[in-house]
Ligand binder design. Structure first.
Ligand code: SME
Length: 165
């Protein structure tokens, strides 16, 4: 069982470190890739404040298809190059969006979302999908969070066989 006692008094960096610690613990105690990434979404939601959605989209025949997530039901499919997720997958670049309503072509899955952080999942130069985080607060995502989510995706890349998902 995961313990989140004391998380409410942690600062931003401590919460992010704790998120990585719990992610490593999950990945070292289970070898089913789907179970692992499902619990990773729960770990993110428990450790990172003010999120309304956290989850994965995976590349399937040239479009992104919804994977494990926490939050309200979301779009099943996103075209590559469309929206924040499709842009991250197309460019291979992190998208840290201060105000999603200003992002051309933003796809609104949950009206509550106002800012977004999308990290592309790239291993050996191949795009496998994206990790998407949404917040109801504008300018919610910090550079520090971006750095820690890059680390999280690196840890996932070392432990998950994306072809199994
Ligand atoms: N806003 C995203 C769509 C996915 S949802 O936020 C879960 C986008 O523009 O790609």
């Amino acid at each position: 069982m995961f313990k989140f006692d004391g998380i409410e008094v942690m600062n931003e960096r401590e919460r992010l470190r704790y998120m990585l610690l719990l992610a490593k613990s999950q990945l070292s105690s289970e070898n089913d890739d789907l179970a692992n990434i499902s619990n990773i979404t729960g770990i993110i939601m428990a450790c990172v404040e003010k999120l309304n959605w956290a989850g994965f989209y995976f590349l399937r025949e040239n479009e992104l298809v919804l994977g494990p997530f926490q939050g309200l039901p979301a779009c099943n499919r996103i075209e590559i190059g469309k929206g924040v997720c499709g842009t991250a997958a197309h460019t291979g670049k992190i998208q840290r969006v201060v105000d999603v309503h200003e992002f051309p072509g933003h796809i609104a899955c949950d009206d509550a979302s106002n800012s977004e952080l999308v990290i592309p999942i790239i291993k050996d130069n191949e795009v496998y999908g994206v990790l998407d985080l949404d917040s109801p607060e504008k300018s919610r995502f910090t550079k520090l969070e971006e750095e820690y989510f890059i680390k999280l995706v690196e840890i996932l890349n070392e432990n998950i066989n994306w072809n199994n998902i």
